[in-house]
Design a protein around this ligand. Structure first.
Ligand code: ZN
Ligand code: ZN
Length: 155
């Protein structure tokens, strides 16, 4: 039962993170934090962009939760939530940064779902201004809205 509890909490952390990142992206990044997030909507010239600071903050929170919850991972939710956030962060980095934006160690994929996620995210990037455009989430969006032929957006 212990492991079931832990895995359940991790799934919650993962799903919660998609909801949090949707809200933060929509109402803070494209709001009062636009000056920082703008660096992600402009062409990148260096290896890093100011917007990466957000990934570091989320990584820090998740590591902090895992470290502090490690001794009570079957009784308290902290470790599980932190681990769920960490898994989300790693997947986000692989799909959003490496695959969709071709950063650091770019790779391609013929997976339909991966390409669909990239097309949807490219739709978000089609608008370069503060107003922003859906989808703000990476994984949760109407999957029938971004068909194959709408792939002309870049970055
Ligand atoms: Zn954005
Ligand atoms: Zn992006």
């Amino acid at each position: 039962m212990d492991w079931l509890y832990l895995i359940g909490i991790m799934v919650l952390g993962f799903a919660g993170m998609e909801i949090i990142s949707y809200c933060v992206h929509r109402w803070l990044f494209h709001g009062i934090l636009w000056k920082v997030h703008e660096s992600h909507h402009k062409p990148t010239h260096g290896l890093f962009e100011l917007n990466d600071i957000f990934s570091l903050i989320f990584a820090g929170i998740s590591i902090w939760m895992m470290v502090n919850g490690a001794t009570s991972m079957f009784e308290q939710p902290y470790f599980g939530l932190g681990a769920g956030v960490a898994i989300y962060g790693v997947l986000y980095f692989i799909i959003h940064d490496l695959f969709a934006h071709k950063r650091f160690m770019p790779f391609s994929s013929d997976s339909k779902i991966m390409k669909l996620i990239r097309r949807a995210h490219q739709r978000h990037h089609q608008d370069v201004g503060k107003e922003g455009h859906e989808p703000y989430g990476l994984f949760l969006f109407p999957y029938d809205k971004y068909p194959e032929h709408k792939r002309k957006f870049d970055r």
